[in-house]
Write a protein that binds this ligand. Structure first.
Ligand SMILES: Nc1ncnc2c1ncn2[C@@H]1O[C@H](COP(=O)(O)OP(=O)(O)OP(=O)(O)O)[C@@H](O)[C@H]1O
Ligand SMILES: [Mg+2]
Length: 362
């Protein structure tokens, strides 16, 4: 006769293959039902981007843990329940998104917007509900990169902004409201007010992730965002050469100062693979991102090659993940999305769940 205690103890030994932590304390196990020698196990997978082979591996581990108890039939039902970055009450300006993910770099032109767009699309392709905020008030490029919206941004009855629908993403960009050729020269307090209004006035709806494309550097936008909304973490983009690496180090230092976790580093324009002959050339040298990740003790999320199809996708408004969803480039962005989403899940689940504070009645 199997007892509930035995099942509970056995499940407590199961380690998640990706998060490398037991499924009980990381709240991946929602519960189980025992009837005779049959066990039904219910799991909360913390992100849509959790790869299918790892789900199978997790199921296998559960079966392996329960079989020695004499369990005849083990059924595992896994639902996705996106891990949620809690919002302190002073940062409640944003309603709807469960996690805000910033894409940043120290330097301009290294591919932040390209990575932000393809990362957001990749998360959506994994099955998550995703928004994209173009927070580059100085040079918004998301409208160009995503082309014409299927549904343009609108005002709701109570004068809130309803995001545009672009390739399945909910999108808001400063570029929707400011003329493209107008030089946007905002000063700090204006940037803060703009973002405050922007963030508070958008009806994002229920989103698993809101990806924020940031302007280069360590300026007012980064500071304002960190004050206004709870950011789950930042993905730092660098190119391999030393000048970019140095600036990313400055970017990381700034995020640490404002207590935004660094999720990991991605090296963009990492190498060039000739489509005709297959020869690989390291135009800007190679490996700087990986080295940097080791030095600062963060994850390395991989390398994206320099590829005409990536640039063209951005210029033409059809990002590579939409234009060629089965390409190697698309696979690299899907992989980046998995790594970033898992890192957010790890950060959320490694903290004990906060119990709601009871109001003191006087
Ligand atoms: N991996 C890549 N292969 C080819 N072209 C790329 C790649 N990544 C980015 N680009 C191109 O490089 C240019 C700059 O990229 P992007 O606008 O994404 O950079 P950014 O860091 O957001 O720039 P800014 O600092 O101006 O915001 C764009 O024309 C883009 O299409
Ligand atoms: Mg940009």
């Amino acid at each position: 006769m199997i007892t509930e205690d035995q099942v509970r103890t056995a499940l407590g030994t199961v380690v998640d293959p990706l998060l490398e932590h037991d499924i009980v304390s990381y709240r991946i196990l929602r519960g189980f039902e025992l009837s005779g020698e049959d066990v039904l196990v219910r799991l909360d997978i913390p992100t849509h981007a959790y790869p299918v082979p790892s789900r199978r591996e997790l199921q296998q581990r559960i079966e392996t843990a329960l079989k020695p108890l004499g369990a005849k039939r083990v059924t595992v039902i896994a639902d996705v329940s996106t891990a949620f970055t809690p919002a302190p009450s002073d940062k409640a300006v944003l309603k709807g998104p469960k996690n805000v993910l910033a894409v940043a770099a120290g330097k301009g032109g290294v591919g932040k917007s390209t990575v932000a767009v393809n990362l957001a699309l990749a998360l959506a392709k994994h099955g998550a509900r995703v928004g994209l905020l173009d927070a580059d008030v100085f040079g918004p490029s998301i409208p160009t990169m995503l082309g014409s919206p299927e549904v343009p941004a609108q005002a709701s009855k109570d004068s809130k902004i309803i995001p545009a629908k672009m390739h399945g993403l909910s999108v808001v960009s400063v570029g929707f409201f400011v003329d493209k050729d107008e030089a946007v020269v905002w000063r700090g307090p204006m940037v803060h007010r703009l973002l405050q209004q922007f963030l508070g006035d958008v009806e994002w709806g229920d989103l698993d992730y809101l990806v924020c494309d940031l302007p280069p550097g360590t300026g007012d936008v980064q500071l304002s965002l960190s004050q206004l909304i709870p950011i789950a973490g930042a993905v730092m983009v660098t190119t391999p050469q030393e000048v970019s690496i140095v600036d990313v180090v400055k970017g990381i230092a700034m995020f640490e100062k404002v207590e935004i976790p660094i999720l990991g580093i991605v090296e963009n324009m990492s190498y060039y693979k000739c489509p005709a002959c297959g020869h690989t050339d390291e135009i800007f040298s190679h490996g700087g991102g990986k080295r940097l990740a080791q030095e600062v003790g963060t994850k390395f999320f991989g390398e994206i090659p320099i590829d005409t199809r990536i640039r063209f996708g951005g210029d033409a408004g059809v990002p590579v993940i939409v234009a060629s969803p089965d390409s190697e480039n698309a696979r690299l962005f899907m992989d980046l999305a998995t790594k970033a989403a898992l890192e957010i899940a790890r950060l959320v689940l490694s903290k004990p769940k906060r119990t709601p504070r009871l109001a003191v009645i006087k």
